[in-house]
Every structure is written in C-alpha cells, then in structure tokens.
Design a protein around this ligand. Structure first.
Ligand code: FRU
Length: 496
C-alpha cells in the first residue's frame, strides 16, 4: 500500500496535469468494485455529504473530496445536482482550498437559501507552520455561473474560549428571518459537544451557547451535527467519536446517532430525551446530513464509510460512496428511515417473484450481477419450533463465500455477518452486527445491493444496516433457509 507523505497529501489539484488526472480516472474506472447507482468519486476519496439543499428546482449535493488517492488529504467540495434524487449530474469541483482561511482543506458544511441564492457555510481548515490547527467558519454564495464567492474574513474565525481547535461542520437553517447554525466542538476537557450561533445577516454571528443534549461526557468530539424538526419534535443528529462498545451497540470505530426531544427552546437550548440511539446498525455509516424537500420531507444521506479504516479499494486510488437518500419520520420515539420513493425509477425487470411455504433451503435462481433490489416478507410460525431464518447474498457456488442475514425469532434479533463475504476488511471491529426488533412474527426486508454495498431496511425503516462489501467474480448468488416452516414472499428487481 502506498504511504502518502504530508507533502503529497497537501499538494494542490493544480499541481497535477489534466493528463495525470485523466489517467488516474481511467485506472479507477477499471476497478471491479465501482458502484452502479451510488454517488462515488471518479478518483480519490469521498467522505461526508455536504451542502445538501433543494434550490431553484434542483437538488444540490456536494461531498468531501480528496482527488488524488484514497487518503484524507487536502479536501475539496465536489458538486452534483439532481431533479429526482436518483439521477445525478456531475457539476465538478466546486470549492478549492485556495485562500489563507481554508488553505488546508475545505471541510464539511451545509447549504441554505438566502436572498434567492444558494449559500453555504463550511469549515476552512488551516494548519500553521507548527502544524497547529485553525478552524474558520466561512460563508460562500453560489453565483449564476455555478462559481462560489467566499465571504472573507471568516464569519467565525478560530475557536471560542473553552473549546479546542476541533470545531467544525456548521449546519445552517433559517427560522423566522434569523439564521442559526450548530457546529461540532470539543471542550478543553476533551469532551464532545455542539455550539449554537445565530445571525440576522449571516455576516455577524452571536454564540448562543452549548446545545445541552444531557450527555456531558459522551466521547471526545462530536462531528457533523444537524438539528431539525419532524412532526413537531426536535431531532439532534450527530457523529460522536470515542464511545466504547456496549453490548450490541457502538461497535463501529465512530458512531452516528440522535436524540429526540418534545421541544427545544431557543432561550434554553436544552433537549430532554430518552437517550442517544444509533441511527444505523451496519458496518459503514457516518457523517449524516439532511435537507428538506419542497414537499416537506426530511431527506438524509450519509458517508457509507468511516474514518481511520483501510478499505479494499484504497490500493486502486479511490474509496467510498454515499448512502441512498432516505426519508426520515418518527415512530414510537425512534427515527424511521425509508429509501426515498423516487428510487423506484431505478427498477428494470422484476426477475424473481416467488412465494409459498419453505422448510429447508432454497436457492433463488437468477443470472446477473450484484445490482438489484430485493423485498422479502416472512411470516414465522407463532409457536412450535422458532429456529432462525437465513438469507445469504453475494454467495459463490459452494456457499463458502456469502453475506449472511440471520433472523432469530427466539431473541427477536437480526444479525448480519460479513465474515465470509468477498474481500475481508476492518475485521478488528468484528464481523457481525445485530439489531433488536419489536416483533418477529412478520418481518419485512427491503434490500439494495450494488457492486460493493448492501443497504437493508427492516420493517419499513424501523431499523437499517448499511455496509460496504467487496464480493469477487461469481459471488452473486442468493439463498433462503428456514429450520421450521415459514411463509415467504420474495421479489427482486434488477436495477439500472
Ligand atoms: C467527518 C469529518 C468532518 C470534517 C471532514 C473533513 O468525517 O472529519 O468533521 O469536516 O470530515 O473531511
């Protein structure tokens, strides 16, 4: 594996010729792990979704991008637009680290509409000669030609007293003519928190204080905060770092989760809630961002990856993708995630439509690649023998390699097992993940499989498992097995 020196990681895009970048893109395009319907970088590394906004008849979505290879180097914003959240146009690189206030990276931030123009607020990352970090929160405006004007000096320069230089990822919204932003922060005692600011004009920002989420000692840094309302409740979504595993929870290197409060008052900034909940139960999910659609839906996307983990495509000079967009709602005190309904536009032929009683194992015949949507509904016997049901994806002919989903009615738990799927990676964080569900008499799984990812929606979004997988040639099989008799229905659509 290539070792990147600091100098190489902080070289500018302009230091590379167009020919060099074209060659790199050609090489990346040869990868057997390129996705078909997920947002991925043409070269280099993608991480957080940024600036997700509906503006002027289009969705705008950006991502954190290091163009030259699969390493967290000098970050840019890459821009995409869409009218349907399914088909995306590549608009190219939108923000370069080209000022004294963002010289070492255009870090994460969000979008908002002001005076009829798309604006963003992001963190400009600067490193001094002594390599000390200086975070700047910068507002920029998209002009008619798609270029961005950065308003400098920064809206918020440096970090406020009482907090360290880990201060980033502003998420802005407007409420009754006032602009608000929440920003991820670290207190000087090295615990994570979120600061909230307000502004009448997005030029002068006043620190309102810490958002009191009732979690005074919960990890060392909170990244990518987001605060929004659904059905009159306030949701605070963020990615805390430094949480230790606890039973079946918190097994990824870093977490993403939320708290839900009945109300949130601007004069108190306090969220009373029933506890922090992880948003996704899979292996690769981090740094979420939401946006509101014109019809009032709260749409979420996330980085389908994690920091500080080596992925199999790193040696191919590209890494990561974004998750499918999901619609959020609240049910029984939990966030529900459903794939946005626009995604049906991806469906081509329905190549499997099967239903009946099953006891034993069944191979589901289909030719084709790992690019499909599968819906499985199961009714499990209420009494008698309630042995687990197993669904294998990405199987080879010998069922030696596979991605396994185990539904255990006795414990009401669903487990995913990546231990024998394709190219193994990140095994030091465990090879299974488990989700407890409310009931298991009737279970519904909606699964999106792409070349190198699996997203599972359980019981209409009650839970999700989002994971990268790297199956190799021939690992495309599918089978279902039940120890006792189950009633099932399975439909599969090849996706475009
Ligand atoms: C989260 C994050 C953000 C930061 C960005 C830099 O993955 O660390 O906190 O702004 O990535 O790429």
């Amino acid at each position: 594996m290539k070792e990147w020196t600091r100098e190489e990681r902080y070289k500018k895009l302009s230091d590379y010729s167009d020919d060099y970048m074209e060659e790199l893109a050609k090489r990346v395009a040869q990868s057997p792990f390129r996705q078909n319907y997920h947002i991925q970088p043409n070269t280099g590394l993608l991480n957080d979704p940024n600036g997700f906004t509906y503006f002027d008849g289009k969705w705008h979505l950006f991502y954190q991008w290091f163009p030259m290879g699969a390493v967290h180097g000098l970050k840019h914003w890459y821009h995409l637009t869409s009218t349907d959240l399914v088909h995306w146009n590549e608009e190219g690189v939108a923000l370069l680290p080209d000022t004294a206030y963002d010289s070492h990276g255009v870090y994460s931030g969000s979008g908002f509409v002001k005076d009829g123009q798309l604006h963003i607020m992001y963190t400009g990352n600067v490193r001094t000669e002594k390599w000390e970090r200086v975070p700047n929160q910068i507002v920029a405006r998209m002009e008619a030609d798609g270029s961005f004007t950065k308003f400098l000096p920064p809206a918020i320069a440096g970090n406020p007293e009482g907090y360290t230089d880990h201060f980033r990822d502003p998420k802005v919204w407007e409420q009754q003519g006032i602009y608000y932003t929440v920003i991820g922060a670290q207190r000087t005692d090295e615990t994570g928190t979120i600061l909230m600011y307000r502004s009448a004009d997005t030029v002068e920002w006043e620190l309102m204080g810490e958002v009191d989420a009732g979690l005074p000692d919960f990890g060392f840094m909170w990244e990518c905060p987001d605060l929004f309302e659904i059905d009159g409740k306030t949701v605070l979504l963020f990615s805390p770092q430094g949480i230790e595993p606890e039973g079946g929870r918190y097994h990824n290197i870093f977490q993403t989760g939320y708290v839900i409060a009945d109300d949130f008052r601007m004069d108190e900034l306090k969220l009373a809630h029933d506890g922090f909940q992880e948003l996704d139960a899979g292996f690769d999910f981090y740094a979420t961002q939401t946006a509101e659609s014109p019809d009032g839906r709260r749409i979420l996307t996330a980085w389908m990856g994690l920091p500080e983990i080596a992925y199999p495509t790193d040696s191919e000079d590209w890494a990561h993708c974004l998750t499918l967009p999901r619609e959020l709602s609240i049910k029984d005190g939990k966030l529900i995630q459903k794939p946005v309904r626009e995604l049906v536009a991806l469906r081509k032929a329905k190549t499997v439509s099967d239903a009946g009683l099953l006891s034993g194992e069944k191979t589901i015949d289909r030719d084709g690649v790992n690019c499909y949507e599968l819906q499985l509904e199961l009714t499990l016997p209420a009494s008698a023998d309630r042995s687990p049901v197993i669904l294998d994806l990405c199987e080879d002919a010998a069922n030696d390699k596979r991605f396994r989903i185990i539904l255990d009615p006795a414990s009401k738990k669903i487990t995913i097992d990546r231990s024998r799927c394709g190219i193994p990676f990140a095994e030091e964080f465990g090879t299974t993940r488990t989700l407890a569900v409310g009931q298991m008499d009737h279970v519904k799984l909606q699964i999106f499989v792409d070349t190198s990812s699996i997203e599972i929606f359980v019981n209409d979004g009650e839970g999700t498992f989002t994971s990268r997988v790297f199956p190799q040639a021939g690992e495309t099989g599918l089978s279902l097995a039940a120890g006792s008799t189950i009633d099932y229905s399975l439909e599969l659509w090849e996706l475009a």
